[in-house]
Design a binder for this molecule. Sequence first.
Ligand code: FAD
Ligand code: MLT
Ligand code: ZN
Length: 476
Amino acid sequence: MSRYHAFLEQLRASVGAAHVLTEGDLVAWEQDWRKRERGKALAVVRPGSTEEVAQVVQACAQHQVSLVPQGGNTGMVVGSTPDASGTQIVLSLQRMQRIRRLDPANLTVTVEAGCVLQSLQQACADAGYLFPLSLASQGSCTIGGNLATNAGGTQVLRYGTARELCLGLEVVNAEGAVWQGLSGLRKDNTGYDLRHLFIGSEGTLGVITAATMKLYPLPVATLTAFAAVPSLAAAVRLLGLAQQQLGSGLTGFEVMGQFALGLVRKHFAQLPVPFDGSSAYCVVLENADHESEDHARQLFERLLEHALQDGCAVDAVVAASLAQARQLWQVRESIPLAQAQEGLNIKHDISLPVSSIPAFVEETAAAIEQACAGARLVNYGHLGDGNLHFNVQAPAGADAEAFLRDQEGPINALVYDAVARYQGSISAEHGIGSLKREKLVQHKSPVALDWMHSIKRALDPHNRMNPGRLLTPPAP
Ligand code: FAD
Ligand code: MLT
Ligand code: ZN
């Protein structure tokens, strides 16, 4: 009889045999979204309540089994799938989707961790409120995963990251105890703010089972524009103008290099990408207004007129309808999908002071070309937050696997050294997972790393919560 027989029986008794998957095709839980790695799960366990999550974690503690929390499995850094050992369980939160309470007067919503982001946005909109977190993966990613990765996306400029939207958490710790921290308070100075430990912890400290999140009034009108800009420096100038003229109305400012847009033209031919591709970059801007659509349009048109006069934009279009606005956003949001279709690639999710971005890109693009002639730069991102997805695709016609094998190390080193020189971060919004673990050791201060290990030891002394992710495992 297998060493895990009693363990699996205990799980079946807790969550029901139908929710302990050990056979059949488990690829959806075992392989990461980017297809970088396929692991092997001892079982995929799907609890339906916080009590059941606690029982599963208690069983793991009792039988010394480690677990990998998983939401929508859309993470970019190989953090939500099991390793290849066949000894870890995937703890999927997908069945925990309930919205427990929407409190209009407090402008908060309390929701279970497995709720898909888009379902939460829709439920809030139906009730007349805005839940602003917004990512291209929102049809699959979950609020628990968003918090565990401190997700960013396209509205951070105005509303902040998942961390800034979160007021309280419910968490199951490594021993299977439940911490009820579902506060809807905006002020609470009663010592260490524990929720912040779990936000961005990538499942390494506990399992988030529910959260209380901030809501906002729905804007009266939301307009989208698409502009062609001659350079990144011009895009930064346009961002400054937009901030000055739109103030807090500016909710999104995304930049896209022409090569990235070319991939969308190639792989999503049905999507009309505006303009002819002759400008170096394009940007998408969003303006949310609480007065009227006319007011929003006037402000936007004035801004774009200034930009054209200034030369920081060479062409611009404002969406005439919601359907057109959706299409413009789809162009931006299709870039990661188009890139995935083009083949395996080297991803860099970096942040830098906005003012340094043009110089960083010029210098680093030249260094990449020198290191690997013909490598193609897929450069786009959340310029308003200083966050670039500075990705590198194999030279045209080259073998993508060989490119990754031979070039990932040197190109990562080159990019991350430049990021360090410009005082940026090697992970702006995707996290560390297992892909960037070694890089974290090189780029995080030793003092900070030491504190992170101390926190991990205090909350998960037996290293059972998503081991080997984010932090390098302790020596045996
Ligand atoms: P998963 O991928 O399942 O898990 C991610 C990490 O969180 C893992 O370490 C996992 O163990 C942990 N985790 C998951 N749920 C829990 C839980 N309940 N408790 C504790 N730990 C947990 N990210 C951005 O930040 N901005 C973007 O704009 C963005 N765009 C994307 C676009 C596409 C097309 C795709 C595929 C991904 C994108 N992402 C983006 C990355 C990804 O969607 C986010 O990281 C998202 O927050 C992950 O949510 P998830 O539910 O899929 O989590
Ligand atoms: C995005 O902004 O599109 C995402 O973070 C995903 C990605 O970069 O691949
Ligand atoms: Zn992004």
